[in-house]
Design a protein around this ligand. Sequence first.
Ligand SMILES: NC(=O)C1=CN([C@@H]2O[C@H](COP(=O)(O)OP(=O)(O)OC[C@H]3O[C@@H](n4cnc5c(N)ncnc54)[C@H](OP(=O)(O)O)[C@@H]3O)[C@@H](O)[C@H]2O)C=CC1
Ligand SMILES: CC(=O)N[C@@H](CCC(=O)OP(=O)(O)O)C(=O)O
Length: 340
Amino acid sequence: MKKITIVGITGYSGLELFRLLSFHAEAEVVAVCATSHIGEKLADAVPQFEGLTELVISEFDVDLAMKNSDVVFFATSSGVSLKLALPLIEAGFPVIDLSGDFRLKNPDDYEKWYKNTAAENVYLSKAKYNLADLTTATATYIANPGCYATATLLALAPLVQENLIDLTSIIVDAKSGLSGAGKKLTESSHFVDVSDNMSMYKVNQHQHIPEIAQQLHDWNEDFEALQFTTSLIPVTRGIFASSYVKLADSVTFDTVKNAYQKCYENKNFVRIRRQLPQIKDVVGTNFCDIGLVYNEKTNILTIVSVIDNLMKGAAGQAVQNFNQLFGFAETTGLQFMPMI
Ligand SMILES: NC(=O)C1=CN([C@@H]2O[C@H](COP(=O)(O)OP(=O)(O)OC[C@H]3O[C@@H](n4cnc5c(N)ncnc54)[C@H](OP(=O)(O)O)[C@@H]3O)[C@@H](O)[C@H]2O)C=CC1
Ligand SMILES: CC(=O)N[C@@H](CCC(=O)OP(=O)(O)O)C(=O)O
């Protein structure tokens, strides 16, 4: 049984982490932290938790966290863990960080894309970016992948790893539900702007572009760049990523299908679907569902990947990384059917 501190409990990913970890057979949440609602019972701040917890929201105290828990989860806005987590890194204390602060190896990339000063290299180098379906968490500081990056990388992994496509041809058009934007209300997140609507945002400027590129380049050093766009759609949860690539010379659709089967055959949370997947197929689950269609006339392969941004895109994958880190069965606390 591992004792857990969650920082960022009042946010959407923090609440989702609490939902998962409260009924996890190997976890006990011992502290929940934020900067608002300090001293208030969690069940008062979040009334839907009434009768489910006696925990009180506190300010994050790094010494107390290390004394009373075995691992800290940061579900905080970007720019927070890069300050608060430094003593944990120095102590080699286990951390799972859902934010983007430790995902990029090059601090210049973080400064460019997140428009903030990066953590120093000495700290960044201790973090391991772990896409939990493809590698196993081992380092004590786990940088949990971003939501769009997860859907995109799982869609492209077999193609890029096995060199099956023209690496200059990758176009990804990804769409997210509103919970991906976090709880802070902005002009663009009003019901009136989001419902019955769809809008593209951060075109060529999305902070997941360098994260995706970093991982694709690690898999295949010939990869240089991709076209990546993000849109907001009127659903609460879910990412729908459509990726388009040209197959390399003499690569057939059968070869491609075999590569996906091989890559994901023993994976608990990636399903290669016979029909094209929809967002509702994965809402409430930790699955990434993938569907493939090939057009012989254009030589273009369409890959559809869907995830629940709060599950596989955030808290679900974080729990998967937690399970791996501590040697629990990977599916512990994560076995859910999709919600209708
Ligand atoms: N939402 C999603 O689908 C995904 C989110 N992420 C990433 O996960 C992180 C959390 O996202 P999300 O839940 O959407 O964000 P929210 O904006 O909903 O929540 C942010 C949380 O961080 C807390 N917080 C902010 N500053 C501090 C601080 N200094 N000390 C302690 N707590 C603090 C806030 O609490 P308070 O208001 O009380 O200060 C709040 O609980 C972000 O980095 C996000 O980019 C990653 C993948 C998907
Ligand atoms: C719908 C929506 O606004 N989504 C957010 C996802 C934010 C996120 O997850 O940010 P990091 O992974 O970089 O921490 C966005 O596109 O910026």
